[in-house]
Design a protein around this ligand. Structure first.
Ligand code: AMP
Length: 401
């Protein structure tokens, strides 16, 4: 069975075609600048690359590019579209409506649409992606939606209710939802596998550290708390997002600088974090390089990031009542060994011991344990694979009778 996995954004659409017989990636690519000018890149599992500037006015035109590439003589990986058995979509916001992956129906599309106020850019793009998919692939190809928020739906109210007047939870569904759920679910399950233990018996803290970052506390396979909130702005400092702040900082700056809510939203989401503090870049590699060459603000940005990670691990260890394993994943978690090293050495008080050699080796897609046998907490680096989870959920739902 071959499954197409789609991650539709407002002006981009990423895809992977996965052969579920061995879970190999047959092809992957990205349609960028949809509705602007358009750039398309398609790479096959055996290394053929097709890249072109091409106008894509909307998501349907982007799907036509994907379809043509998948079946093309030169860059194709399938003979006809009939080989695509099902399509799985990543959906950012499932709200309180969706606590698990589900087959797409008109009712499900309406449900995703009803959550647009909670994730305006993301959910509206996902709906465009689903509708475009129906146009290009036809109604007969089953589609499945997999939600970033679903894995977090097990959080108790004390973790998800904000201490603002309760009526805003009732009126507008203002609460913590959490994101990156598919990633936290994948790496926590993989962690239990690597430990050779049942996840039901484990307390795990998963650190998804990328451009967007979130940390999650998982007890017995269920999320009990996570750092992102109503939106992906909450939690630890990120590439361009602030993470948690004293809310008065927002009203104070808005008043002083006479910023509208939309301008303030841009400042908090696009101009802060690594970029805002360092003044160098939102990219960890650039900031780390600047810090190494003596840039004090870049050094400060890195100190803040590592301090935030440390604080979350400390507080989640408290709420879990101990911790069996800590997992690092995503661009920074998988590749920036210096942050892992600084965080883990600061956790020695609770029995964490890592091997600097193993930690240095665990980069660029490598998976494994970086803690020593003496460590009372296992520490892993596990490359995330959200597309595979989406493909697995899709297969499970379309083959379920
Ligand atoms: P992500 O959002 O998961 O793609 O992560 C992006 C972040 O990971 C950026 O801040 C990058 O600087 C950082 N990163 C560090 N090393 C690498 C690497 N070798 N490949 C990709 N991202 C990296």
């Amino acid at each position: 069975m071959k499954i197409l996995v789609i991650n539709a954004g407002s002006s981009s659409m990423k895809y992977q075609l996965i052969d579920m017989t061995d879970e190999s990636v047959l092809a992957k690519g990205n349609c960028e600048r949809i509705g602007v000018d358009g750039h398309f890149k398609h790479t096959t599992g055996d290394g053929r690359v097709y890249e072109t500037d091409v106008t894509m006015n909307n998501h349907t035109e982007a799907f036509v590019q994907i379809k043509n590439a998948l079946i093309s003589d030169e860059y194709g990986v399938i003979k006809s579209l009939d080989e695509v058995s099902a399509i799985g979509h990543r959906i950012v916001q499932g709200g309180a409506l969706f606590s698990e992956s589900t087959l797409v129906t008109e009712e499900v599309i309406s449900g995703i649409e009803s959550l647009i106020p909670l994730a305006p850019l993301h959910n509206s793009a996902h709906v465009q992606g689903i509708r475009a998919c129906i146009e290009v692939f036809g109604e007969a190809v089953p589609q499945v939606v997999v939600f970033d928020t679903a894995f977090h739906s097990t959080m108790p109210p004390k973790a998800f209710i904000y201490p603002v007047p309760y009526e805003y939870y009732e009126k507008y569904s203002v609460r913590r939802y959490g994101f990156h759920g598919t990633s936290h679910r994948y790496v926590s399950a993989r962690c239990a596998e690597l430990m050779g233990k049942d996840i039901k018996d484990l307390k795990i803290i998963t650190c998804h550290l990328g451009n967007g970052s979130s940390i999650t506390a998982i007890k017995g396979g269920k999320v009990i708390d996570t750092s992102m909130g109503l939106t992906p702005l909450d939690g630890i400092m990120m590439g361009t997002r602030t993470g948690s702040l004293d809310p008065s900082v927002v009203t104070f700056i808005a008043e002083k600088e006479k910023l509208s809510p939309t301008e303030m939203d841009t400042l908090l989401n696009k101009k802060s974090g690594f970029l805002g503090v360092s003044g160098v870049s939102s990219d960890d590699r650039d900031v780390t390089a600047a810090a190494e060459s003596g840039n004090e603000r870049a050094k400060l940005a890195i100190d803040i990031l590592e301090y935030d990670i440390l604080k979350y691990i400390g507080s989640y260890t408290a709420v879990l009542g101990g911790v069996d394993a800590i997992v690092f994943t995503a661009g920074i978690g998988e590749n920036q060994q210096s942050h892992r090293s600084n965080v883990c050495h600061s956790l020695e008080y609770m029995g964490v011991k890592i091997s600097d050699k193993l930690n240095d080796e665990m980069i660029r897609g490598k998976e494994g344990k970086i803690s020593t046998d003496e460590s009372s907490v296992d520490v892993f680096v596990i490359p995330t694979n959200e597309e595979l989870v989406i493909a697995r959920d899709t297969m499970a739902l379309v083959t379920k009778k």
